[in-house]
Design a protein around this ligand. Structure first.
Ligand code: NOJ
Ligand code: CA
Length: 715
């Protein structure tokens, strides 16, 4: 092995025993010593890394580098180490909202500064090793021989140790709205075709390409998650599997020209993350993704507040009412079409009357907000027409009285949530963004749900390319200027950027509840999402459906108790109660849980977890100190266990348990639930049945002996 060592300062270069072989290079250990990272240049001068956890390989020797456009000397091999340095970081920070009130960022860092010999270009690789996994990124400092450059492909490898079980969705440049497939890595190729289900915009790219966050389980008992953190000014990363070698390689989303990233120095990539644990719950408890993002850039965050909301929404999704006002128009021209003269279709959802009904309902039941979709002109031909000037985001339909509704909501103490469907005409959205946000300010709307349905305009661009990543970021940063919170649907999946921009209170960016009305989600979908989509941040999953047989004939694959549990298991500071008010009034006792459940948490515990099968989470509310427990269950019925040892030892509590009955089933008997009240303390243990596609939800609050009179004690 030939090695050239230049200017080796501030660091050590040692021979060390790593796993099964001797490697020449740098090694660091995580704060508790259990995670080990080794970096070295191989014989050809290619950067490589390995990751071990408790002396087991997690990532076998894997290469790092770049294929650059128009370049005879790609950043692949022929590097020298010019310097390397190690440092320790330990800081506890306070998120504006979240699963816990304090987050510790404790890691060991290794910075390796490399020189590409042939081109005399510098590339650094920064590794951060936490007790729960690894983050690394590439950095390109300001330098003589590199100003602007175009990436053909990033060549980051993740070499697996075997044929792991994976929970995956097809790699796609435009959508994440897929059901998950559980399979061995070697089976991905054979299952890809069936995994690709239809979407309004989709561009799958390979038989073995899958999306991150990718959740895996190894035969030697490790849970491994690959994702990215701080996706800023760069395309989203997929991973493509070489299924003979069992090596994943990064696959960036291209732009309309097929190029992958336009960078200028100083530049850095997002962090590539590998989260590792012996229990599935360890993956959920890891805070690597947020810790690898920058602290909040918003100084005064007092205007950012979690919200529970209802909406004029599910009725359109299920086909009962329409977003559009009329069926008469073939095309709508902004500033030209006169809506006062066209015939309404009689099915328009966003009417003043219907909105007021929802405001009344929100006020009566303590909801913070009401979302209204289809309020602004343009929905008649919004979709599938590649229309540039599609919406202006400020002009209401004639039957939506913006002033009247605003005054009414104010009087009732309810906030309105704005809706901006862009239909992926992104340049058009940017054109109107200031006036659209200004209207929200003027009318006191604190939050916007935005959306990116359909193929992109500019034509040929993809939802996850660098240009679009920059657009979503621009919309969030601009919203911050107006003190507006953003919930973006169909945007790129989150990567912890909400730490830096906490006004990004949610995203959809996965297959949400809407698909329950488009043919259904797999009954175990919600046992997987927390391990995949939610690694990057909260999801606006829009739960709370009580009537499973919806207007268009579709069936919601979930029990009612499972719907309640989602408010706990699917963490989000923005939670919708999606169903119609009338359906809640049919089950007022179950609806009580949605009214009671908290939105912001002091701590979260992952009590039982197995992706695809079950997940039980306990969370303590920030303001009231009440505890909530949620369990969601996969295809098979199961009896789980909750040990209440997280409660204070010297206190007694009242637990309200909302669960499936013994004969509940997501397909045949979804509304079969029961509610019981029991007294619990820190020694109590609950054995609780969950039906197929079912679950349970528990509210636990401190109670005096007096309060608990007549209430049975749980043994
Ligand atoms: C897709 C979103 O996910 C959904 O919630 C919304 O209703 C439609 N787009 C229309 O904007
Ligand atoms: Ca969607």
């Amino acid at each position: 092995m030939k090695l050239t060592i230049m200017n080796l300062r501030a660091s050590y270069l040692i021979l060390f025993l790593f796993g099964f072989g001797t490697v020449f290079g740098q090694e660091i250990k995580s704060p508790n010593g259990e995670m080990q990272l080794a970096f070295s240049l191989d014989a050809a001068g290619a950067p490589t890394y390995q990751l071990n956890f408790k002396n087991k390989h997690v990532i076998k020797s894997s290469r790092l580098g770049f294929d650059l456009k128009n370049d005879s000397t790609d950043l692949i091999q022929g590097f020298q180490i010019i310097n390397s340095s190690e440092s320790t970081f330990d800081e506890t920070w306070t998120p504006v909202w979240g699963e816990e009130s304090e987050i510790r960022n404790h890691h060991q860092e290794l910075l390796v500064e490399l020189m590409h010999q042939a081109s005399k270009r510098k590339m650094n690789i920064r590794f951060r090793l936490f007790d729960t996994g690894l983050g690394f990124r590439y950095e390109f400092p300001v330098q003589e021989n590199m100003g602007h450059f175009v990436i053909t492909e990033e060549l980051s490898q993740f070499a697996m140790t075997g044929d792991h079980t994976a929970f995956w969705i097809p790699g796609d440049y435009d959508t994440q709205e897929y059901d998950y497939t559980e399979s061995k890595l070697s089976e991905i190729r054979g299952l890809m075709e069936t995994a690709i289900t239809p979407n309004a915009s989709q561009t799958p790219f390979s038989e073995t390409g899958v999306q991150t966050s990718l959740m895996m389980k190894s035969t030697d008992g490790l849970y491994i998650n690959i994702h990215e953190a701080a996706l800023i000014d760069y395309p989203a990363m997929h991973v493509e599997l070489d299924d003979r070698a069992m090596v994943f390689q990064s696959h960036l989303t291209p732009d309309a020209q097929g190029d992958k990233g336009y960078l200028l120095t100083p530049a850095q990539t997002p962090w590539r993350t590998v989260i590792v644990g012996e229990k599935a719950g360890d993956i959920l408890a890891s805070r690597i993704t947020y810790n690898l993002n920058e602290p909040s850039k918003i100084e005064d965050t007092s205007w950012i507040k979690p919200m529970k909301y209802v909406g004029v929404w599910w009725e359109m999704i299920t086909g009962q009412s329409s977003w559009s006002y009329t069926d008469e128009l073939k095309a709508v021209k902004l500033g030209v079409t006169d809506f006062s003269t066209v015939k309404p279709n009689g099915r328009h959802g966003a009417t003043t009357e219907n909105v007021k009904k929802h405001i009344d309902f929100a006020a009566e039941h303590g909801f913070d907000g009401v979302l209204v979709e289809g309020w602004n002109i343009g929905w008649e031909d919004w979709f599938g027409n590649s229309k540039d000037y599609v919406f202006d985001f400020v002009t209401p339909y004639p039957d939506f009285d913006l002033d009247g509704i605003t005054a009414y909501a104010k009087e009732k103490g309810v906030q309105m949530i704005m809706h901006h469907e862009t239909s992926s005409s992104v340049r058009n959205y940017e054109r109107h963004l200031d006036q659209a946000y200004q209207l929200m300010k003027d009318y006191g709307y604190p939050a916007v749900k935005s959306g990116y349905v359909g193929d992109m305009l500019p034509r040929g661009e993809y939802h996850y390319s660098q240009w679009l990543v920059n657009h979503y970021q621009y919309a969030v940063e601009k919203a911050a200027e107006y003190h507006i919170m953003v919930n973006a649907h169909e945007a790129v999946r989150p990567t912890g950027v909400a730490r830096t921009w906490p006004n990004l209170i949610a995203n959809e960016s996965a297959r949400g509840t809407e698909y329950q009305a488009f043919g259904g989600n797999k009954a175990n979908h919600v046992t997987i999402l927390p391990f995949t989509r939610q690694i990057g941040g909260p999801m606006d999953y829009t739960p709370g459906v009580f009537e499973m047989d919806v207007f268009n004939g579709s069936h919601v694959n979930s029990t009612l108790a499972n719907q309640l549990a989602l408010y706990v298991t699917m963490y989000s500071p923005l939670q919708m109660a999606a169903d119609y008010p009338e359906n809640y009034m049919r089950f007022p006792d179950a609806f009580q849980f949605i009214k009671d459940v908290a939105l912001d948490w002091e701590k979260s515990l992952y009590l039982e977890a197995e992706p695809g099968y079950y997940l039980t989470v306990a969370r303590k509310a920030k303001d009231t100190g009440e505890w909530f427990v949620g369990n969601v269950n996969g295809f098979e019925g199961r009896t789980g266990e909750v040990k209440f040892d997280f409660l204070d030892a010297d206190k007694t509590y009242l637990a309200e348990i909302y669960s499936d009955t013994a004969d509940a089933h997501y397909k045949t008997n979804p509304q079969a639930y029961e509610i019981r009240r029991v007294a619990v303390d820190a020694n109590s243990v609950l054995k609780q049945f969950s039906a197929p596609g079912g679950g349970y939800a528990i509210r636990i609050r401190e109670a005096s002996k007096e309060d608990l009179k007549g209430v049975k004690k749980l043994k």
